[in-house]
Design a protein around this ligand. Structure first.
Ligand code: ASP
Length: 438
């Protein structure tokens, strides 16, 4: 069986990094399906190729600005191409220049060119075959069409060694379509699924998943194993691990993921499995994370419990304005809806509150802003005695008032609503209590 391995943008930002990734690929013959991102940042000042492609598209009628962004892209690829001297780079670059400047290219096509050219170069350097993602990754109505993808992939010889560009596929009209940013993670998962790989390796620039964001907790502990369910909760609650849709293609077949650091391949990384196999009492907590800038709308209505269809009426107004509700909870005579601030695009938060007042027959509607949701995610949290007690002790010691709390019975998370500006301090204090003092 084979291994699908995806390399992220930083791992492939320059020739030196790419050489390191090639050594990794070559060190195991099973690594036959390689998925690449576009070159990422080489250093703090430089820009990701995908961001530069955005700039090119935005400035396609401003020659100077377009050329400035394009020359940064060309410079990055010229440096990488020193690895493959016979590669016809100048031809590729001039084709790319014309395609993105003079044709009626759609933005998705423009954005996909970083992955496209990086995959071609890496394939040439490795001596692997370049396999364009448009040959099998299919979209329908803007979403991945897994059935069509599986069908098309059947026609590809699976005994080959391939480098495949991440981040995009093709729609039914033959136009390139990209996933959302960070979407090469999804491509890696699709490749693992359609070529029946035993493992999906995701190579990045960090050692794996940390209990908390190392930008908040400097020496945060790395976790060895995470379950699919925990990963979903973590991504949803703001931990930037893998693209939130990565699990979809591999979930059914339970293909394990191994997160590794291409700059330190000897480190063990983090395994992401359908079910964790190592579960010690000490490893109950997998993640302490949080997201700020939520709003909350509280709707009060006397005898709410006797009103048939009231919730439906309220949620229909959210739906009409395409406002995605993140969390809800209800009391005897009230309902609360937590929504990310960024959801209010068609209508402002204040105008939406007024709209709700006219549309539903509530006694009172109150809006709150600047709320953060802090999540403690782990294995069998609801079955473990004392976790909540510890969290609340920390909140009491820190004098943090809790706006909401939610713990699901069967799942693996506790979510606490607090004021935005207390989020990081609160994560730090809970980390200290639940992880360092354990
Ligand atoms: N290059 C794209 C981005 O920067 C896709 C990816 O790397 O996953 O978002």
């Amino acid at each position: 069986m084979a291994i699908a391995c995806k390399f992220g943008g930083t791992s492939l930002a320059c020739s030196e990094n790419i050489r390191r990734c090639a050594d990794i690929v070559k060190s195991d013959k099973k690594r036959r399906f390689v998925v690449v991102s576009a070159p990422g940042k080489k250093n703090k000042q430089s820009k990701k190729v995908t961001d530069l492609l955005y700039e090119c598209h935005a400035n396609r009628f401003d020659e100077q600005a377009f050329d400035a962004a394009f020359s940064d892209i060309a410079e990055t690829f010229r440096e990488i191409a020193t690895l493959a001297p016979n590669f016809p780079l100048e031809e590729e670059l001039s084709a790319m220049y014309n395609q993105i400047k003079f044709s009626e290219s759609n933005i998705d096509f423009v954005l996909s060119r970083g992955e496209y050219l990086n995959a071609k170069l890496f394939a040439a350097y490795l001596g692997y075959t370049f396999l364009d993602a448009t040959k099998f990754i299919s979209f329908k109505n803007g979403e991945l069409d897994m059935a069509a993808t599986l069908e098309k992939a059947k026609k590809i010889d699976r005994n080959g060694n391939y480098v495949i560009p991440g981040f995009y596929g093709v729609d039914k009209h033959g136009y390139v379509k990209t996933f959302s940013r960070g979407g090469s993670d999804i491509t890696g998962a699709i490749v693992a699924r359609v070529f029946d790989c035993e493992l999906y390796e995701n190579w990045t620039d960090v050692d794996g998943i940390y209990v908390s964001d190392p930008r908040v907790i400097e020496h945060a502990k790395k976790v060895n194993q995470v379950s699919f369910r925990e990963l979903r909760e973590m991504s949803y609650m703001g931990a930037s691990v893998l693209h939130a849709e990565t699990l979809m293609p591999i979930y059914e077949k339970s293909i394990p993921i191994l997160l590794k650091n291409s700059f330190a391949p000897e480190n063990s990384g983090t395994q992401i499995l359908k079910k964790r196999t190592e579960v010690s009492d000490k490893e109950t907590i997998t993640c302490i994370t949080g997201k700020s800038d939520y709003t909350c709308i509280q709707i009060s209505k006397m005898l709410l419990d006797k009103q048939l269809g009231f919730v439906k009426k309220a949620t229909a107004v959210f739906e009409e304005y395409h406002i995605n509700i993140s969390h809800t909870h209800s009391g005897l005579d009230n309902l609360c809806f937590f929504v990310e601030r960024s959801q209010y695009t068609e209508i402002t938060f204040d105008a939406f509150l007024k709209e709700l007042e006219t549309r539903i027959d509530a006694d009172k509607i109150v809006g709150y802003e600047k709320i953060a949701l802090l999540a403690v995610i782990g294995h069998n949290l609801s079955g473990k005695i004392g976790v909540l007690a510890k969290i609340f002790q920390v909140l009491k010691d820190k004098q943090i008032s809790v706006k909401t709390i939610y713990q699901s019975i069967s799942e693996c998370n506790v979510i606490i609503g607090i004021e935005d500006h207390r989020l990081n301090a609160c994560i730090k204090a809970i980390y200290q209590e639940l992880i360092e003092n354990e």
